[in-house]
Design a protein around this ligand. Sequence first.
Ligand SMILES: [Zn+2]
Length: 333
Amino acid sequence: MTDTRLPSPIASTVPFDRDGVHHGFLRLPYSRDDSAWGSIMIPLTVVRNGDGPTALLTGGNHGDEYEGPIVLFDLARTLAAEHVRGRVIIVPAMNYPAFQAATRTSPIDRGNMNRTFPGRPDGTVTEKIADYFQRTLLPMADIVLDFHSGGRTLDFIPFAAAHVLPDKAQEERSFAAVAAFGAPYALRMVEIDARGMYDSAAEEMGKIFVTTELGGGGTSSARTVSIARRGVLNVLRHAGIVPGPVEAAPTQWLDMPGDDSFLFAEQAGLLEPCVDLQAAVAAGQVLARIHTMDRTGAAPVELRARRDGILIARHFPGLVKPGDCVAVIGVPA
Ligand SMILES: [Zn+2]
């Protein structure tokens, strides 16, 4: 991360400092069997109108999460420069190879974008993308909004979130942006493992960082897309980049106090959900049962809540393996 490092191999085909709407690509050279001297072309839009704050908007950090790409491709197409004060940088599908393959991680190097920061200019494809965000795009930004959902293996209640941070002033500005987003739920988030995250990279630079989990299951819904669409405009209004008042929406704040919020499977089997998302749960309550698939006559294993709260996330597919995250509990603030 020092200035003695190699330059990024990624080049933008559009300018970042000229007024107007510029549609182009981040071009990442990637020579391979089907394209000698070829490149990966990551779609990018820059909308700028004079001086002002910069918002960096990303989807597709994980390739199988869809609300972000849907609303950001749409916003890139429709946002006019005269409706902006400052700059909006839109990358609808950050880990573009993963997005094309509809997988969480990159099919090229199995890279999980959100575990790859700060990346490397001379690393894998995923590391090169992370490095470009780390050293080129994040430093330009004042406010960063990164869309996530559960992907193929998790499903979430729709929430926007920011992290509990050591700098309380930065934390307060981040939670104010989360409130502006206006999702049905807002989470004061604690990560199970924050190393390598885009979130941490932005927060360590002092940026306001808002993330979301809007749904999941490897698809989207009319409801979650509408939440995302209102949320991105609200964040831009809150930042003073797009004119007009934030469109208020009722939000329930939640805390995620720690390890006892998470339940993980310890055996493989057939997953029986015993409560659905948004349900109030009590410590000791059975949230799911795992039935053995090997034989009849065996009792299922019960997974019990370790604290009171509401169910904010659940494993989505019908089968589980040891280590799969089965349930996450949030606590109404
Ligand atoms: Zn994600």
